[in-house]
Design a binder for this molecule. Structure first.
Ligand code: FUL
Length: 477
């Protein structure tokens, strides 16, 4: 008996310590990442001398006077962002040409040296205030590569960059996100800068712990490996960063696109893409603004694969979002509203078959990702959504609660009609924050889900069903 008790205790402690080690190996989102996870789509604003010189990468030698928007109105940007359903705006406070959209004490190449508003203008001030007024979050892109700054290429430039970050956070915060470009070209003295990323990171954490920081490899958000706005499938929120650097030393694009299933850090992907071919406004691209349908397709391939979408909408030379862009942005919003306003699952009955038998499972259709069912690997369908009668469905959205980590690696759905006949089987990979699956419409009354491969029990938060415009599904690019 004694031996049995001792053996049981050893096994018990072994199991506990195993559980703890595996927990350690399983990264989870930080509070700041969870907060950001509540958002999904925001604007990127590329604006500066390039807007006026028709360049994408300014040389840094442009005279400050070229920056002269005739009707700059950040409230107009915010009005459009709001109407387009975006949740925030991130602006290029300084692009590679080094021009600062705020009167920085640490540069002589700023709005202060321009003629715009007699050198008294401050785009960051105006935009941060307008964002507050319109209930939008505000964020900043600050290029470390600086083709103008005389200190670039020397250790003192790292002080300049740190001081600029301090200025921005102190004068224009709170910032929801800070965007670091990995670009590292030559400066005016022909030298490249050795960036002190460790110090930059510490500065941001000390100054503004709630801000999520983006770069190729995080620390909080990773680049998705392309500038087309397309996340990988599968898409893991995890990434191994050891041995990698920002810029040229970054992990392969394919790795950034998919993440690492067993990655050691929680660093989800953000998809950056421009509504136009270029990042900055060029009049000759007015006819090439992405259509509402193309934007909707991007929505499915970014947010619909568990990533975030940062959509670049560059103001024109007036300092306004151009009509060509705003019309398509509103069209994009309409498509999303028409498609996703009626979740058919809300009126359906959710069931869960677990160890305690089959029971109703309101967590699966309560439109609340904090509640979930923990799903094991099974041969049968443990989670089901049952409609009163057959109805057309061509889109299903799944959501995983991520607080304890991302677990589902492979699942399949069995879609059946009233007669119990299998109409369609759909196989999928990761779920994550949001997985949108579209297919030609079929009449069904039951959605059953099976998890086929997972790292631990999947926390299934929502199973939503929609019948979106058939044409939209059929004609997606
Ligand atoms: C890149 C830059 O070189 C582009 O000009 C643009 O700002 C894009 C978002 O990031 O690295």
């Amino acid at each position: 008996m004694k031996t049995l008790i001792i053996t049981t205790c050893i096994v018990f402690f072994f199991l506990i310590s195993f559980a703890q080690t595996s927990d350690l190996k399983n990264p989870v989102p930080s509070d700041r990442q969870l907060e950001w996870n509540k958002m999904e789509y925001y604007f990127f604003v590329h604006f500066g001398p390039n807007t006026f010189t028709d360049l994408e990468w300014g040389k840094g030698t442009e005279h400050e006077e070229v920056f002269d928007p005739s009707q700059l109105d950040c409230r107009q940007w915010c009005r459009i962002a709001k109407a387009a359903g975006a949740e925030g705006i991130i602006i290029t406070a300084k692009h590679h040409d080094g021009f600062c959209l705020w009167p920085s004490k640490y540069s002589t190449h700023t709005v202060r040296e321009s003629k715009w508003r007699n050198g008294k203008g401050d785009v960051l001030k105006e935009l941060s205030e307008a964002c507050k007024e319109y209930g939008l979050k505000f964020g900043v892109y600050l290029s470390p590569w600086d083709r103008n700054h005389p200190k670039y290429g020397t250790p003192e430039y790292n002080d300049v960059f740190v001081n600029m970050m301090k200025e921005i956070v102190t004068n224009y915060g709170p910032l929801f996100e800070f965007w670091w470009d990995g670009a590292n070209g030559e400066g005016p003295n022909g030298k490249k800068q050795i960036y002190d990323w460790h110090r930059f990171e510490k500065t941001m954490r000390d100054l503004s712990p709630q801000t999520v920081v983006f770069s190729d490899i995080g620390p909080d958000i990773r680049w998705v490996g392309n500038e087309n706005g397309i996340a990988g499938d599968p898409n893991w929120n995890l990434l191994d960063t050891a041995g990698f650097k920002r810029g040229e030393g970054a992990p392969p694009n394919d790795t950034l696109n998919h993440g690492n299933a067993y990655g050691k850090n929680w660093i989800p992907a953000e998809c950056d893409v421009s509504i136009r071919p270029g990042w900055f406004y060029h009049q000759q691209e007015d006819g090439k603004v992405k259509t509402p349908e193309t934007l909707f397709d991007l929505y499915l391939k970014s947010i619909g694969r568990g990533a975030h979408l940062i959509l670049n909408v560059p103001p024109d030379r007036r300092g306004l979002i151009n009509e060509h862009d705003s019309i398509n942005l509103i069209g994009f919003k309409k498509l999303r509203d028409q498609s996703f306003n009626t979740n058919l699952s809300i009126k359906a009955k959710p069931y869960f078959l677990g160890q305690d038998g089959r029971r109703l499972a309101p967590a699966l259709n309560d439109n609340n990702t904090n509640t979930f069912e923990s799903i094991e690997l099974t041969k049968f369908e443990p989670a089901e959504i049952i409609f009163e009668k057959d109805q057309p469905v061509n889109c299903i959205i799944l959501k995983e609660n991520l607080i304890k980590g991302q677990y589902c690696a492979r699942f399949h759905m069995m879609l059946r009609n009233e007669k119990g006949e299998l109409v369609k089987r759909i196989d999928g990979t990761t779920i994550g924050r949001k997985k949108i699956i579209t297919f030609p419409a079929i009449n069904i009354s039951k959605i059953g889900i099976v998890i086929d491969d997972q790292k631990a029990n999947t926390s299934m938060a929502e199973i939503e069903a929609y019948h979106i415009d058939d044409q939209l599904v059929e004609h997606l690019p």
